[in-house]
Design a protein around this ligand. Structure first.
Ligand code: EPU
Length: 423
């Protein structure tokens, strides 16, 4: 198993390029199942989650290939769904990646049925899929749970009005995809507004779908008889970009992320500015520089356009070095403070009560051996290690590799002393 070894204490500076967004690329891969021809996803990041999703699609009979990177080094994933024969996602694959549930809507819409392993809880919370199933039932599907698998049967789905009981990103994506081939109009109310939902809507429209309202909390989809394949460029990864900018800010450096979309990152950039960092945002590039102290502040995660839960752990690492008290409240997932125990081992002063963490800033963190527990928690430990005195080892970075494309290379390009070694 690989580990990261980090010598902390050097301010990071320079420019790196953002990768394509994992959480946009995965639904785009699922959307390929709706099409009658091949789909090309340009700039899909080279990540384990992307290859796992490729395996899910191959298991169904699709052909999935990575095309050579163009001049800009970005890869294209080409998916041909015409050979799909099995509408099934097995336990072995779903257990390693919950996002496999995104195949549900497209399979039911295109093939009238699906059988997928019910994802279990995961490190950050219980994460049920009741809203996905409720929506499909309202569209006329029958769902049942048989031996740990969700089985869904439907003729052609019918349009329906569906109200989500909570904001759900993949739930909105799943039902938006299902609705594209339904008979009649579907209205999704209290829909998620995340930029990744909008990116998917844009791709579906290029495939011939009739969608309105993405980016608001009401999305209307008029079903059509068929969709064609398309070529779509994945949006930049706002979570990776935020993590890299925080790496600059926590080390008192000056980092520019090229290709980042500042509009999609507004909550994080506003909080960085509130903490005393200078933020320079252009369309297509964001720069963050910090010279003065980190001003402690309070933050609360919430659905987009609120502060993203996927940046909570990384921002908490930053606030550990703040000049006073911060309160960080997590409202999306019930168990997303696993980084706290590890940060404490570096000297951070954090108390957790329910969904709130009280962080008292300290002068310095000290390097330590640390255990990564989930994707974003791992990133927060790396950030803490970059700012700490001495050496930090982050174990189990396979969690991090699920969502960050060669993070150590990007950080090293900014001057970080970080290496990947085999344990
Ligand atoms: N929920 C339900 N029932 C449902 C669906 C969701 O109770 O049917 C609850 C969840 O348990 C959670 C809340 O609603 O408490 C929000 O969950 P959501 O469905 O929005 O999460 P998701 O779609 O499973 C996506 C991202 C996550 C990100 C969340 C929140 C993908 C592939 N995953 O998950 O990304 O944290 O939205 O923004 O898009 C990550 O990249 O590290 C990651 C975990």
């Amino acid at each position: 198993m690989d580990i990261f070894v980090i010598q902390g204490g050097s301010p990071l500076s320079g420019t790196v390029r953002v990768s394509g967004a994992k959480n946009a690329a995965l639904p785009l891969m699922a959307a390929s199942l709706l099409a009658e021809g091949p789909m090309e996803i340009v700039g899909a990041p080279r990540l384990r989650d992307i290859s796992t999703f490729g395996k899910v699609l191959r298991h169904m009979g699709a052909s999935v290939e990575r095309l050579d990177a163009g001049g800009d080094g970005r890869e294209t994933v080409r998916i041909d769904p015409r050979t799909v024969g099995k509408a099934e996602a097995p336990y072995e694959l779903v257990k390693t990646m919950r996002a496999s549930v995104l195949v549900l809507g497209p399979l039911v819409a295109r093939h009238g049925r699906a059988r997928i392993s019910l994802p279990g809880g995961c490190a950050i919370g219980a994460r049920p899929i009741d809203q996905h199933l409720k929506g499909l039932e309202l569209m006329g599907a029958k769902t049942s749970l048989v031996e740990g698998y969700v089985e869904v049967d439907a003729g052609r789905l019918s349009g329906a009005t569906i109200y989500f009981d909570m904001k759900t990103v993949t739930g909105t994506e799943n039902l938006m995809m299902a609705a594209t081939l339904a008979r009649g109009t579907t209205v999704l109310k209290n829909a998620a507004r995340e930029p990744e939902v909008c990116d998917l809507a844009r791709a579906l429209r290029a495939m011939g779908a009739d969608i309105e309202g993405e980016g608001t909390d009401e999305i209307a989809v008029r079903g059509t008889d068929s969709l064609r394949g398309t070529r779509h460029e994945v949006m930049p990864d706002r979570i990776e970009a935020s993590t890299l900018l925080l790496a600059g800010a926590i080390t008192g450096g000056d980092v520019t992320v090229r290709g980042a979309d500042p509009f999609a990152m507004d909550a994080v950039l506003t909080k960085l500015a509130e903490s005393g960092a200078e933020v320079f945002a252009d369309p297509g590039s964001v720069r963050v520089r910090r010279e003065g102290p980190i001003r402690s502040l309070n933050l609360e995660t919430s659905p987009y356009p609120g502060f993203p839960t996927d940046v909570q752990a990384q921002f908490m690492a930053y606030l550990c070095l703040g000049d006073g008290f911060s309160i960080v409240r997590e409202t999306i997932f019930e168990n997303r403070f696993m980084h706290v125990a590890e940060l404490r081992r570096m000297g951070a002063r954090i108390e957790v009560s329910g969904n709130a963490a009280a962080v008292k800033g300290v002068q310095a963190l000290s390097g330590a051996p640390l255990m990564a527990t989930d994707l974003r928690a791992s990133a927060s430990l790396v950030l803490a290690g970059l700012a700490a005195n001495g050496t930090t080892e982050v174990l189990r970075i396979y969690h991090l590799d699920r969502g960050y494309e060669a993070l150590e290379n990007k950080l090293a390009r900014l001057g970080a002393r970080i290496s990947r070694v085999k344990e």
